[in-house]
Design a protein around this ligand. Structure first.
Ligand code: 13P
Ligand code: SF4
Length: 299
């Protein structure tokens, strides 16, 4: 069977929109209606008028789509695609931090569960974290679970006090990238510009020329001829597609969860309408307020 052709046929027949994250395998990105970063996928999920949304990414992305479009059927071909960062902040940790810092709003990275978002005041993504924090009237904010993204926010919004919860949360895929690796790549490709994701450590951020979300990379990496891309390797596929004349060098960083979905999984999910994402109403209603507040703050 030609899975790609069957997937496109089924998507049309079932009025389904296929939304794919920039880290997914190339063949999954190639059958998408829309590819994007976390913020772009959330926005499109909210605006879409299809009956069904199929989210090819990790579970929190599918939950976010369901929360924003509760009337739609949301499917994820691999419900076991989690996020090691999202697991690091529980609803209890948010409640404890808020009790310890009365009056401080909690800004939660979208890489978190729906139940955790439901306890927070506003969400953010790597594309809008600084804007979201800047938009708040309070001088002190709680921020989690990514301490590296928090460090980047602190640098860009120095007028605020940003307290990280937990103190040392981070994405294992990005956090393990070292300055030595970045410097070795620079030595090998001296004409390349280095761009890293803000989930990388502050030292790697310091060693880079530019910092941004995966969507920011796609929008901005056409300007120079040669790049060293410091984030999950899946991003190289859309970059090469957008800028066929440009040279891209990756580093070794693979998110296993982003590599789980196969064309067969996607076909079966669409065909059988299985792997539906359900978010409890009370949690969804509360989390929606935090996500919609983010969308307004970064409009
Ligand atoms: P983006 O929002 O930049 O696509 O990042 C999502 C993510 O999971 C990064 O590890
Ligand atoms: Fe989560 Fe890191 Fe994978 Fe992104 S790369 S989905 S933050 S584990």
């Amino acid at each position: 069977m030609n899975y790609a052709e069957e997937i496109r046929r089924l998507a049309k027949e079932k009025d389904a929109l296929i939304l794919v994250h920039n880290y997914e395998p190339a063949e999954i990105q190639d059958v998408a209606d829309i590819c994007g970063d976390s913020l772009e996928l959330a926005r499109k999920a909210k605006e879409a008028d299809a009956k069904t949304l199929v989210i090819c990414g990790v579970y929190f992305m599918a939950e976010t789509a369901k929360i924003l479009s509760p009337e739609k059927t949301v499917l994820i071909p691999r419900p076991d695609a989690g996020c090691a960062l999202a697991d690091q902040l529980t609803p209890e940790m948010v409640r404890e931090a808020k009790a310890a810092h009365p009056g401080a709003p909690f800004v939660v990275y979208v890489n978190s569960s729906a139940a955790t978002k439901a306890e927070c005041d506003i969400t953010c993504t790597s594309a809008n974290a600084a804007d979201v924090v800047r938009s708040l009237k309070e001088d002190t904010v709680l921020f989690g679970p990514d301490a590296n993204l928090a460090a980047w926010v602190r640098k860009n919004v120095p007028e605020k006090t940003v307290i990280t919860v937990p103190e040392d949360g981070g994405c294992p895929v990005h956090h393990k990238v070292t300055v030595e690796e970045v410097e070795a790549a620079r030595k090998e490709f001296p004409n390349a510009t280095v761009i890293c994701h803000p989930e990388c450590s502050p030292a790697v951020q310091e060693a880079s020329d530019m910092i941004g979300s995966t969507g920011y990379m796609i929008r901005n990496c056409g300007e120079e001829k040669e790049w060293i891309i410091v984030t999950e390797c899946g991003i190289l596929h859309p970059l090469k597609k957008h800028y066929p004349e440009t040279i891209f060098h990756g580093i070794e960083a693979v998110c296993d969860h982003m590599k789980l979905i196969t064309l067969k999984d996607l076909y079966e999910t669409l065909n059988e309408g299985k792997n539906e994402v359900i978010v409890e109403k009370e949690i969804a209603d509360s989390a929606r307020k935090a996500i919609e507040r983010m969308i307004e703050a970064s409009a």
